[in-house]
Design a binder for this molecule. Structure first.
Ligand SMILES: [Zn+2]
Length: 382
């Protein structure tokens, strides 16, 4: 059985141990077992530790029976004494986030009776699944209370109650537990059965930030971040807001107002542009009234504008009308119309010869062609 240094000294970052076994993994790398380790193996929702053993990289740590297996990229000599060095930034972040999750789950349990039914520590965010629904307002209150617990800097109490004590102890647990139960208590906030690593004082969590809540199965899912991850997240959001602030020449706290104004201006401009475009199309249509068959080339336009122009001219020209909007590089979008006409055969051949796609009603079709202006003109005249 591997000695679990992370339970006797959770802050141990560096230790010496003897290599008991080293086996190649199925695909690549090695599995190393020591007589004792400070590397926490994946479990209880907390990912395994990373670091080095005798200078060799440890990419993950897992539990197998009562042994702890270190996954390394190179082999180590059995019997050798090696120095283990944890990736402490990674591990301490997991401690901050795991402890923060307990405090949040404990507060929710006390306030609503809701239970944490799923917990995942991903590389981006931590998610907590609950069997109750929470409003954004409740989330804000829970966040405030959780951070008050952090600032109170309470001492974490971890113990193994006797079978008798266990009967009367009120603690959260995802499953019925038998035998030795490890209880993690954050006084005033939470008591929970857990095998993970936790900070010794709540102040070390730094910050608890609840990011979102959304309906999930019978309850809800909360996204949250603590400590270094919460700080990194806040900095990323600040950078986004800074960029918007600079782009809009708006004060950092006025970016949302500025975006709303910009959207309103944009809507107004779209409306005016639409009206002007419609007037311009009408002018073109008036000029082509009674012209018979007409082929028109226009600069690139939105498909809807191509359609509007085609409808306006088709109604007055008295023949087949085609508009091709685009350029030689990216091809042309087209709309072809003829009042009471049947364009089916014409458009089928056109799409074949001009590498086109499109269709519609017998009297009106829309699509695009990958062809040059001269080719379109030649086909139209042919
Ligand atoms: Zn836990």
């Amino acid at each position: 059985m591997t000695e679990r240094i992370f339970y006797t000294d959770v802050y141990c970052q560096r230790f010496e141990a003897t290599v008991l076994a080293c086996q190649p993994q199925k695909k690549k790398g090695y599995e190393v077992v020591l007589d004792g380790t400070a590397f926490y193996p994946e479990g209880g929702g907390q990912p395994g530790d990373w670091g080095t053993l005798g200078g060799v990289a440890v990419t993950d740590t897992r539990e197998r029976g009562d042994e702890i297996v270190h996954l390394t990229d190179k082999p180590l000599e059995v019997g050798a004494t090696v120095t283990g060095q944890l990736d402490w930034v990674h591990r301490f972040s997991l401690m901050q986030n795991h402890s923060g999750e307990h405090i949040v789950s404990g507060i929710i349990h006390r306030k609503t009776g809701g239970n944490n039914v799923g917990f995942h520590m991903g590389s981006d965010t931590i998610t907590v699944d609950l069997d109750v629904e929470l409003t954004a307002q409740e989330l804000a209150e829970i966040e405030a209370e959780a951070n008050a617990q952090v600032w109170a800097n309470g001492v974490t109490h971890i113990f193994y109650p006797t079978a008798e004590e266990q009967k009367t102890l009120d603690y959260r647990s995802k499953k019925e537990l038998t035998g030795d139960v490890r209880i993690v208590t954050f006084p005033g906030a939470d008591t929970c059965a857990c095998c993970g690593t936790h900070v010794a004082r709540t102040g070390e969590i730094g910050l608890i930030k609840l990011l979102s809540v959304q309906k999930f199965r019978e309850g809800c899912r909360i996204e949250m971040l603590c400590g270094d991850r919460a700080l990194a997240y806040v900095n990323r959001i600040l950078e986004q807001n800074h960029q918007i602030s600079v782009a809009l020449s708006a004060k950092p706290m006025k970016t949302a107002v500025s975006v709303e104004r910009l959207k309103a201006e944009n809507a107004q401009m779209s409306y005016r542009l639409n009206e002007m475009e419609q007037a311009a199309f009408q002018q073109k249509a008036d000029a082509l009234a009674g012209a018979g068959e007409v082929l028109l080339f226009e600069p690139p336009m939105a498909p809807d504008s191509v359609r509007k122009l085609a409808v306006a001219v088709m109604e007055v020209c008295g023949g087949r009308f085609g508009v091709f909007a685009g350029d030689e590089e990216s091809g042309y979008k087209y709309a072809i119309g003829q009042q009471d006409g049947d364009l089916g055969a014409f458009v089928k051949v056109m799409n074949q010869q001009l590498h086109g796609l499109g269709g519609g009603k017998p009297f009106f079709v829309q699509g695009s062609v990958a062809a040059k202006k001269t080719e379109i003109e030649a086909f139209w005249q042919g």
